[in-house]
Design a protein around this ligand. Sequence first.
Ligand SMILES: [Zn+2]
Ligand SMILES: [Zn+2]
Length: 495
Amino acid sequence: MIILAAGYATRLRPLTDTWAKELLPVCVRPIIDRIVDAVDEVGEVDAVHVVTNSRKAPGFHAWAEGRDVVVHDDGTTSNDDRLGAIGDMQFVVDNAGIDDDLLVIAGDNLFEFSLAEYVAFWRSKDRASAVAVRDVGSRELASQYGVVALDGDGRVIDFVEKPADPPSTLAAIAAYLYHRDHVSLIRDYLASGESADQPGRFVAWLQQRRPVYGWIFDSTWYDIGNHEQLLEADNRMRAEAGLPERDAYSPPRRIVTLLAQSGHRHVTALPVAWSAWFVDLLLPRRCVACRGPASGLCSPCRGSLRPLRPPQCARCAAPTAWPVERCRECAGRRLAFASATAAFAYDGPAVAFVHAWKERGLRHLAPLAAELVTAHVARPAADVITYIPPDPVRQLERTRHPAQALAHELGARWRLEPRSLLRRTRTTERQATLSLAERRGNLRDVFTATQEAPRRIVVVDDVYTSGSTAHAAARALRGGGCERVDVLTFARAIR
Ligand SMILES: [Zn+2]
Ligand SMILES: [Zn+2]
């Protein structure tokens, strides 16, 4: 798939003088992160290509580090020598040698529809391409967009870019699915001398020659073109997250200070500042435990992680003098899970690792965590893999919550289907600040199963502390029909 991010966003100046529009945070997270997350939902996407220009490329390269994304610099430096959205599509197709079906999304689109549903619709059509379409309700509003007319079967029969007299109120948004046979026609389109700007123009041309279908969605969608739209989208997402709305778009102040301290002169000159991920991507990669030069965890620190080994408690994995079914720590407690397994003792570098992963949201640590876990823990006998869901407020701060990211990474390695099966019923106090007795009370009925639970489930979390979270989660899953829940964590507190 391709994310188009090579525009110069002149309507968002001065914000975009120094920073890419697609990397602007909307309610804490960059717009493009939200797109990448949506793409992660679609299993068939092999590679994510981001095309940008030479001015924005350094920012995108920094952003892409540790992510499974390829950044293409189209070599242009101003609005005057731009390749245009369609020119950029061809640029990536050539550069990456793409000879496959292609999903193309403009990097300034904020949408909440399910890409998986969109892809399923498109798959139901034979050798066709598709465009996502939203009914904007009025012809006046529609005249600002590419407007499509559909036949009874959903096939596009007319497509006009910004028409004075729109044929319908259906606006085409910059999210396209191209059949591989149609991808090769981009070259023909460009060769015919048509405008390389505005991705919709290729669809307008294509629908006269090949079948193109319109997939209608009705959920929220923003195209971030100017300051008003950016502020509106930011406020809307802030409101949904329970954060106060603002009169003007601005980023968190804490980060400005951090950036000033980091000594990046070009950065301190920025009119705006960014969330924690941004600081991490600017600073050189260091070992998260000893700060030595390394990405993630250096090998000496890796070597001093303490794998948990028998003799252990069969139920909760606490180290014991000899193998036992229940240990002093868990005997007499009702535990809804069948077993809890952890890869490492929660001490030494494991503490620093988990802290960096959780508190600083270092996304690139998830694959490393999974690699370390699979080196010490055998694949559990389960039907699906799930995770302890984050608190909604904390979720906002990260692209992907550690437990969720670890479940996905482990699922891929063990061929276990990752599924989101649990939901929090309320925000809880941070467990770490509570006594043991309070912890147990704090979590009563805090989780519910979101759907009928499969028979055997493994639940992933970062750290096993008192077992209360694991128990509460397992209880909810068993209430949802699951027969056996096993718990797996990266680390375990040892008392
Ligand atoms: Zn180290
Ligand atoms: Zn035990």
